[in-house]
Ligand binder design. Structure first.
Ligand SMILES: CC(C)(COP(=O)(O)OP(=O)(O)OC[C@H]1O[C@@H](n2cnc3c(N)ncnc32)[C@H](O)[C@@H]1OP(=O)(O)O)[C@@H](O)C(=O)NCCC(=O)NCCS
Length: 202
């Protein structure tokens, strides 16, 4: 019995991997939410607006990327769309198709059924309205339902209180902490690792 279920599980994992490869190479992801939708970015989405988010000291203060040009973003999007272990989506308002940020899985490890998630609401006028959580929920649901992930994790500097609040609200729990490893304004802060387990996995 165990052998059969393992075999079936391996087979379906193979199907998922093929699907994911096809998906990343040929298809565009579209995930519909209440106020927003997510879709795979294309090189046309590398706009001055997107670049301005990453060049904004408030938006990028806790990000590794501190600047970007439209050309760099084009290359970045093209690269992510070719990677088998990444899904990069834009976050768009349903009302008017305005782009307000990005959310991604990277890396995705289908063998261990884990993925790492990262989110940015680039347009600051949309901060504090729960958009990051809604975007993450959409991508996480896709990860659990379609990619059959069982765990999603993320890293965050413990100074980024808004992000940590968002992740707690979603149900992420701290699993590990690297002490005093991230510098911000000349002070060393902890890197906090958080995890969300698929509620259906016992
Ligand atoms: C961090 C970020 C993702 C939050 O997105 P968001 O859509 O504004 O999140 P929410 O609407 O859930 O609001 C964040 C929560 O933190 C709270 N908050 C905001 N600033 C805060 C601060 N300085 N200290 C403590 N809590 C804060 C808000 O009140 C809110 O909590 P509430 O719903 O209980 O009132 C967004 O600000 C962002 O993209 N920042 C730039 C990129 C970034 O830092 N990404 C995360 C990298 S790990």
């Amino acid at each position: 019995m165990h052998f059969l279920s393992d075999l079936l599980s391996d087979l379906s994992l193979g199907v998922i991997k093929n699907y994911l490869s096809m998906n990343l190479e040929n298809e565009k992801l579209y995930l519909n939410g209440n106020r927003i939708y997510l879709r795979t970015l294309t090189e046309q989405d590398a706009t001055q607006r997107y670049a301005s988010w990453l060049n904004d000291a408030e938006v990028n203060s806790f990000l590794a990327t501190k600047s970007a040009t439209v050309n760099e973003l084009q290359e970045y999007i093209a690269k992510k769309n070719q990677q088998f272990d990444a899904i990069l989506c834009g976050i768009f308002l349903k009302d008017n198709d305005l782009s307000i940020g990005t959310v991604k899985f990277e890396p995705i490890d289908l063998d261990s059924r884990r993925a790492r998630i990262a989110v940015m609401i680039g347009d600051k006028t949309f901060w504090g309205q729960g958009f990051a959580g809604e975007a993450m929920e959409l991508l996480m649901k896709y990860g659990f339902d379609k990619l059959r992930l069982t765990e999603i994790d993320l890293g965050v500097i413990d100074k980024n209180e808004a992000a940590i609040r968002t992740y707690h609200k979603l149900g992420f729990q701290e699993i590990k902490r690297d002490l005093k490893v991230v510098e911000y304004d000349g002070i060393l802060y902890d890197q906090v690792w958080m995890e969300f387990k698929c509620p259906l996995v016992v």
